[in-house]
Design a binder for this molecule. Sequence first.
Ligand code: HEM
Length: 144
Amino acid sequence: MKKKVITGLVIIFILILVITLTFLNLPSKSSSQSNNNLMNIPNNSSFISNGTINSSQEIPTNPQITTINSETLAQHNSKSDCWIVYNDKVYDITSYLPRHPGGAGTITPFCGNLGFNSAFVDYHGTVYEKKLLSAAIYQGDFSG
Ligand code: HEM
């Protein structure tokens, strides 16, 4: 009987030890990664040394953000392929055109150029901004 109790206590002790070690290990694993990962900047980035940015170097831009210039924008200037710029971001709104209650024709003049933003705000204000953004497919930031 006494033997059983001792065996039980030993098992419980081992379990507590294993659980404690597992929990202690978790934070130390993640803390070994640099905080740079939060910004998707590689650990070996040449721009960062001891947490400071060397002023002689350019501040890095995130290479994951695509930028789109006027020439590329201008290639998407039709009812069947319509990109517009809204708040400096480029969106494909082709699929929304046939659904626009005001007709596709009110929007198509702004496909592939910079006219959409002011036309949209002048006509609708920001009431349909959510509708626009849910129908639009983000392509990248407009670079000018
Ligand atoms: C993708 C962006 C757009 C969205 C989400 C949108 C949304 C809507 C909605 C929901 C309506 C019907 C509701 C209402 O009568 O107010 C509408 C109507 C209309 N929209 Fe748009 N719109 C967009 C872009 C534009 C642009 C750029 C113009 C003009 C430059 C425009 C002109 C009109 C007109 C003329 C009507 C119909 C007349 C009216 O009911 O006021 N819309 N739009």
